[in-house]
Design a protein around this ligand. Structure first.
Ligand SMILES: Nc1ncnc2c1ncn2[C@@H]1O[C@H](COP(=O)(O)OP(=O)(O)O)[C@@H](O)[C@H]1O
Ligand SMILES: [Mg+2]
Length: 272
């Protein structure tokens, strides 16, 4: 399996648990949109997939190279000219033929992201897993569509693609599966079309989190109920002595109040 994550916890020493028992398997040929609000743990999860962070408990197994495209494409540019960064073939494949003489930093947002992707993916064997963290920031529609097409092409070639995004439109354009992360937990995992459209899956999960919120049938309604209940959830669910959901034998809860990180999973259930 290209990427297999089992029971992944990531806990900051004397701080909050950022990931709380995440299970996620991504198969070759699959594109997964990893969604959830700011602070849900998306970037932390991708860093574990790429081996930049190690779990405090649980397992992350990968079947080969994981390429991770971080949020700022400029971090990948070392040269003064685009043509010095990748081969002409890779440039053409990235739709950047003709821009070889430009400075990478002067490209448009979408072009920079595509060049960074070509650099990260490399030119030998493709990575087994391609992970992208919020790649559409600052992109116009056209650039997003081009990137979505590129990700679909890579998945069709057998790569396992996982893309953290806030952008439901982009997620729908590139992913058949969406995973919704909230407060370090996977709260929904299912067909992107249904999850993004507020189909049964989101509703079921929302109802589960709320203990059967009868009226929360649309994601917006569900998210509103979740937000409204967020404060209560913090108190009842995350007491000052530490979460009762930590696995047996884990260390005691944080010495300080958990603050913004540890709002209940429910408070983070919205897609926006
Ligand atoms: N090293 C760290 N120390 C303390 N808190 C952290 C650390 N890394 C991440 N966090 C917190 O963990 C939460 C999840 O962060 P992140 O994975 O970046 O979420 P996302 O990418 O979904 O916005 C955030 O609240 C962030 O502030
Ligand atoms: Mg992030």
């Amino acid at each position: 399996m290209p990427l297999s994550i089992r029971g992944l916890w990531y806990e900051i020493p004397r701080g909050p648990a950022i990931l709380r028992g995440v299970d996620l398997v991504v198969r070759g040929g699959e594109t997964v949109a990893l969604m959830g609000r700011n602070g849900a743990g998306k970037s932390t999860l991708l860093r574990h997939a790429a081996g930049l962070l190690g779990p405090t408990r649980g397992r992350v197994d990968t079947a080969g190279r994981v390429a991770l495209l971080l949020q700022n494409p400029n971090d990948y540019f070392l040269r003064e000219r685009v043509s010095q960064e990748v081969s002409p073939e890779a440039l053409a494949a990235a739709g950047l033929a003709g821009l070889g003489e430009r400075n990478p930093r002067d490209l448009s947002g979408g072009e920079r992201q595509r060049l960074a992707l070509a650099i990260v993916a490399g030119e030998g064997d493709p990575p087994v897993v391609l992970a992208l963290d919020e790649p559409t920031r600052g992109m116009d529609r056209e650039a997003k569509a081009a990137l979505a097409a590129e990700l679909r092409r890579r998945a069709e070639g057998g790569q396992a693609v996982i893309v953290a995004t806030h952008d439901p439109e982009f997620a729908a354009a590139c992913a058949e599966r969406a995973v919704l992360l909230a407060d370090g937990r996977v709260i929904a995992d299912g067909p992107a079309a249904e999850l993004l459209a507020g189909g049964w899956y989101f509703s079921t999960e929302t109802a589960r989190i709320l203990g059967g919120a009868g009226e929360a049938l649309e994601p917006e309604a569900g998210a509103n109920v979740l937000r409204a209940r967020g404060r209560d959830a913090v108190r009842s669910h995350e007491g000052p002595a530490g979460s009762h959901e930590r696995p047996a034998g884990s260390r005691e809860g944080p010495a300080e109040p958990l603050g913004a990180v540890d709002q209940g999973a429910a408070a983070r259930g919205g897609l926006s």
